[in-house]
Structures are given as C-alpha cells and as structure tokens.
Ligand binder design. Structure first.
Ligand code: SAM
Ligand code: SF4
Ligand code: F3S
Length: 444
C-alpha cells in the first residue's frame, strides 16, 4: 500500500464532522493518512453545508483557493462531499472541471471505490439516497476516532419538511440505525478513550428502531449507555420539540450521565410564524417541555435556534420572539436571518425588508448575548465540573467544557486530560469561562 495524504475540510453541523471522520476511517484502508497541511495533499475533501446563504458560491470560492495553493504542484484529487454535493450533483463537475468526485451524504460508503476508479481518470458523481447501504458499510469499519468528547450519529435525514429547510432534500428521509450497531460503535469509542458521547441526528429525538416487536428510542440508548462506567457524559443533538416524549424527559431524572442541557430549537416565538414555517408545534408546546424539565431540575438549561425575518414576520411576531427570550434565559443560542433555500416552500415567498430583518437580528442577538454574559458572570468565583479535553500548547493552558457545553480555559496539568475535575472560575466573557483547577481534582 502506498502512503498518500488526505486533507479534509469540514463545514456545517456536527453530523458533517462525524461523517468526515468516518470518511477518513474508510479511506485509511486505501493507505490515506490525514494531514493538517492543506497545501500538500494527494486528496482534498471539502465536506460542505447547504443550510444558509451562498453555500454553493462559498464552495466554488474554496475550490479557487485550492487551485491557487496547488498551482505549481501536482493537483490533488478534489472531492466535494456533503449537502452542497447532494443538492448540486453533476452540475458541479460541469461548472468546475477541477472537481473529480461529487459525493452526497448517503453515498460515503462508495468513497473507496470512487477513489480507486479515479486512477483511470474518470469524473464521478454519487448522490443516490442509499442510507441503509451506507451505514451497513460503515458498521463493518471500526470507528477510530479517539477524542475525549466525540460524536456518534444514530439517526439521519428528516421527514418534517419545515418550509425554510433544505435538510430533507440533502439528507433524505428519516432513517434510524439499528440499536445494537450503535452500541457496538459506542463501545469502540469508549475503548478509544471517549468520556463524553454526543448522539447525533438531524432529528435525533425522532430515533425509532423496531426489532422483534420492540421499539428502541433515544431514551433506550441513553438508558443503555448509562451502564458504561468509563463514560462520564451523554448528550444529544439536534432535537425537535414535537419529539420530546415522556420517556426522554424521564431520562433527566433517571440518568446521571445525561447532561442538564437541552438544545431545543424553537425558531420563533410567534405561533403564526411557526405555522407558516410548518414547524408542527406551538410556543405553548415548547413551554410545556421547558416547564416539565425545569420541574425535574431547575439546573436544566436550554439553548435554541432562531430564524429572524421569516416571510410574514411583523413587529408583533418579532416582539413575541423577543419576549420568549426574556422568559427563557437561553444559555446560548444560534440566530440567523432567514435565507431562502432553493427548492423549499419558503423560497417562493415574499421576503421582508432586509434592513428591518437586520435590525431585528441585532436586537435579538443583543438580548441573547446579554443573557450569556450574565450567566457566565454568575459562574465567577464558583467551583464547577469540567471535562478536560486537551492542552492549548500555545497558551500553556487546558481546555474543557462545563455541563452546559460552555468552553472553559484554565491552569491545570496533563494528568487531568480525560477527567472531570473541579475548576474555580475567575473571569468570563460572552463565550468562555477562565479559571484554575482546584487542588481537589475529583468530581463530586
Ligand atoms: N432539525 C433541527 C430542528 O428542527 O430544529 C434543525 C436542524 S438545521 C440543520 C439547524 C438550524 O439552521 C435550524 O434550527 C434553523 O434555525 C437554521 N436554518 C435552517 N434553514 C434555514 C434557513 N433557510 N435560513 C436561516 N436559518 C436556517
Ligand atoms: Fe430542517 Fe425542520 Fe427537519 Fe429540522 S425538523 S432538519 S429544521 S426540516
Ligand atoms: Fe449543513 Fe447538511 Fe448539516 S445542510 S447543517 S451539513 S445537514
């Protein structure tokens, strides 16, 4: 086997990050070794995202950059993977001959064959929705990721068709992986040193797998994974308010490993807009989940996603979103101006005035960021649990996250990596907490 270098650049959500690692697990069987040097690779993979803005243009811009980097060198095999690849398919190769392989998210199991065929210099495009074969293939390849905090995809695709969203078109219909395959992969990750696993899916809490008349749900996975003593923390993302079922809510009482942090996108605080978005839930449905979880523990905190300036949003709708943010002090959140996506229902609707949308976004973000600053300020002088992930060599400091996924940078030591330790927080800003490990290293 000849050793070749592969550089993988990943955009978009955690599922793309997971996919990039699995693509690497596959191509390493062909002798590819990962490189961090983007200008010295035999194969260059762009794993793309199509969720907002000028996603397609960004990809062509990136390819232009790669072309410059390799002007005086041998051209790398250029692979475009991910959701833009799925949405654009063979059009990409026609528009940009520098691309060799276009690979949609359901076709990653074909990556090795496509790379082998590339030697005979064919342009190739694979954008079939073939999720079952994909996971069937990857189930036979060990997950070699050895991160302390790691991702594990359990579900892919979406059947909800929110009117603004491109995911059902790029990731295809909802598919849940077999329960036992997920457990086997989790065991591999734990064996590799994982202390925190985040279960992933575009609609992770819609996970449902039937076997011998029994239904396995996200709660079944959480309850099962609880028994692994080496595993310290469990998370899941991204969930839909409609799928926050009783069994999942119960996990917050029964599981010590499930972190008290729920990323639950609401998109808007106006029922009118939620209906126009085809979200299939109301603000009250959301508040109901919020209250049920808060009843279990007031320490459970929320984060969310907001779309501002959706077609039809008036001042009243906007104020309802603003008031919701005042009511629920989200610990952090993502907020974006509505971006029309090709092929979606909302792309045909009349946009609201751009400047009004920008103003509203600023107001919303001002409030969200204020909340974050205040919440982080409250942490100052407190001693909190941090799972230590790595050393930041340049700063001679250590990096980890608290229960609420907030980054913590602190003075510590190498032997704390991979452990949950106590850190005394001294200062903070909007996104990060800063402090020092306390003498008593062990978590309560
Ligand atoms: N499945 C998740 C849910 O239902 O909330 C969301 C997954 S999507 C990958 C992540 C976020 O991107 C969404 O929650 C939404 O806020 C944002 N998003 C999706 N389409 C968008 C669009 N056309 N314009 C702006 N933001 C968008
Ligand atoms: Fe997109 Fe809606 Fe599906 Fe989430 S639930 S992935 S926002 S269509
Ligand atoms: Fe982007 Fe596809 Fe994820 S569009 S957000 S990479 S599912």
């Amino acid at each position: 086997m000849i050793e070749k270098k592969i550089f993988i650049k990943t955009f978009g959500c955690q599922m793309n990050e997971y996919d990039s690692n699995r693509i690497y697990d596959s191509v390493s069987k062909l002798g590819f070794i990962k490189t961090n040097n983007q200008s010295n690779a035999d194969c260059y993979v762009l794993n793309t995202c199509h969720i907002r803005d000028k996603a397609k243009e960004k990809v062509y811009h990136e390819i232009g950059r790669v072309k410059k980097l390799y002007r005086d060198k041998k051209k790398p095999i250029m692979v475009i993977a991910g959701c833009v690849a799925q949405a654009e398919n063979e059009e990409m190769v026609k528009r940009e001959p520098y691309i060799d392989i276009v690979l949609g998210p359901q076709s990653y199991h074909k990556v090795n064959d496509l790379l082998k065929k590339h030697v005979v210099n064919q342009k190739q495009e694979e954008t079939e929705f073939d999720t079952i074969s994909k996971f069937g293939y990857f189930d036979q390849i060990k997950n070699n990721n050895s991160k302390i905090s790691t991702f594990l995809t359990i579900q892919e695709g979406c059947d909800k068709f929110c009117h603004f969203c491109v995911v059902p078109y790029t990731r295809g219909p909802e598919y849940s992986r077999p329960f036992t395959k997920i457990i086997t992969e989790a065991e591999q990750l734990i064996e590799n040193g994982a202390k925190e696993i985040t279960l992933l899916g575009q609609n992770v809490n819609a996970y449902s797998y039937l076997e011998n008349g029994k239904e396995y749900r996200l709660s079944s996975l959480i309850n099962y994974l609880n028994q692994y003593s080496e595993l310290e923390r469990l998370r899941y993302t991204t969930s839909h308010p409609r799928d926050m079922t009783e069994d999942l809510i119960d996990c917050y009482s029964s599981s010590k490993k499930l972190m008290p942090f729920v990323h639950l996108p609401i998109q808007s605080g106006s029922n009118k807009i939620l209906e126009l978005m085809n979200r299939k839930h109301t603000v009250d449905d959301y508040l109901n989940v919020y209250e049920r979880l808060k009843k279990i523990s007031k320490d459970i905190e929320f984060s969310s996603d907001f779309i501002i300036g959706y077609p039809g949003e008036n001042q009243k709708d906007f104020e309802e979103t603003f008031n919701l943010i005042k009511k629920i002090k989200f610990i952090n959140s993502f907020s974006f101006i509505f971006s029309p996506r090709p092929g979606t229902v909302a792309s045909k609707l009349e946009m609201i005035d751009k400047n009004i949308a920008k103003e509203r976004l600023q107001l919303i973000q001002g409030k969200l960021f204020d909340n974050q600053i205040q919440i982080n300020k409250l942490m100052e002088n407190q001693i909190i649990d941090v799972l230590v992930e790595n050393k930041i060599e340049k700063q001679n400091k250590y990096f980890g996250r608290n229960n609420y996924i907030t980054p913590v940078i602190f003075d510590g030591s190498d032997n704390q990596i991979g452990k949950i330790i106590k850190v005394k927080i001294k200062t903070s800003n909007q996104n990060t907490l800063f402090g020092s490990a306390t003498k008593n290293m062990k978590a309560a």
